[in-house]
Design a binder for this molecule. Sequence first.
Ligand SMILES: Nc1ncnc2c1ncn2[C@@H]1O[C@H](COP(=O)(O)OP(=O)(O)OP(=O)(O)O)[C@@H](O)[C@H]1O
Ligand SMILES: [Mg+2]
Length: 309
Amino acid sequence: MKALVTRDLSKIYRCHLGRQGAPALDGLDLTISPNEVFGFLGRNGAGKTTGIKILCSLLKPSRGSASIFGEEARSRSARRHVGYLPENPYFYEYLTPKETLDFYGKLHGLGRREREAEWDKLSDLLDLREIAHQRVRGFSKGMRQRLGFAVALVGNPRLLILDEPMSGLDPLGRRHIRELILRLRDEGKTLFFSSHVLGDVEQICDRVGVLVQGKLRANGPISELLTGHIHRVEIVAAGLDDTAVEALKALGGYIRHSEAGHHFSADNLERANELAEAVRRHGGGLVEFTPIKESLEDFFMQQQVEAPA
Ligand SMILES: Nc1ncnc2c1ncn2[C@@H]1O[C@H](COP(=O)(O)OP(=O)(O)OP(=O)(O)O)[C@@H](O)[C@H]1O
Ligand SMILES: [Mg+2]
């Protein structure tokens, strides 16, 4: 059974702040398998939060359907499987993290013992012990994000839907969340999250989907989406005199000079080898010869460029 299936999921806001009358989400078809880590990507306003809110039953779709572990997404039984981290988690500011988790534990119908056990587990996992008894009011973005993540995990849901879990976090905080996502995956959970931090996404996702103006433009394993082709080759050459540099500049691809030597960039391996050969012919030597493969960021940018106006 699939963890998440959407068919033709669409949303037209009555008063759309963006393009008038255009759907914020347009015919989203997605299938997510259990235990998958799926990255939901797209620029600001692409429709990620709209899609996520529909999946979490906070918003009614204008068209289409969604199911979670085989049950209609809006049903009570499907919602039991879902843990949700909103884009801007909202808390009762006068409660402490311990009281907050206790409150959500009660909402999930957990007894006192279970709530204690939940606190023990989640406060360890999200590093909440030191701030256990401070009021949320004074919390930094990172502390709020950790608490929000803990709230999403209350009741041990099988599917986690996270709206930008790394947003606003410093590099250490981001690493912590990346590790947590992988750990939850190892425990058998399914993770669906939106993000702008493509480097993080590239490290932890099994599969990504790219939304452009509400439409899913690409969807697949990162290894398949990225061609693996060499994007360009960066070359640094040393030991060249002025005449040699001028001759090489005429071949194209010259970038700059640094302490390391003269920097060139070639569009493909063949061109790079021609340049390297010319460097040697002119009495120089190679200091660096670095093929650069397509990154998720390159791919993402390409999807935007190719989008119809
Ligand atoms: N409540 C609303 N009423 C009207 N229009 C809305 C509403 N919420 C979102 N929109 C519009 O729908 C489109 C998609 O917004 P959404 O918040 O889903 O994008 P997003 O991909 O989550 O963006 P971001 O990366 O900035 O969070 C935008 O054009 C936005 O202006
Ligand atoms: Mg959003």
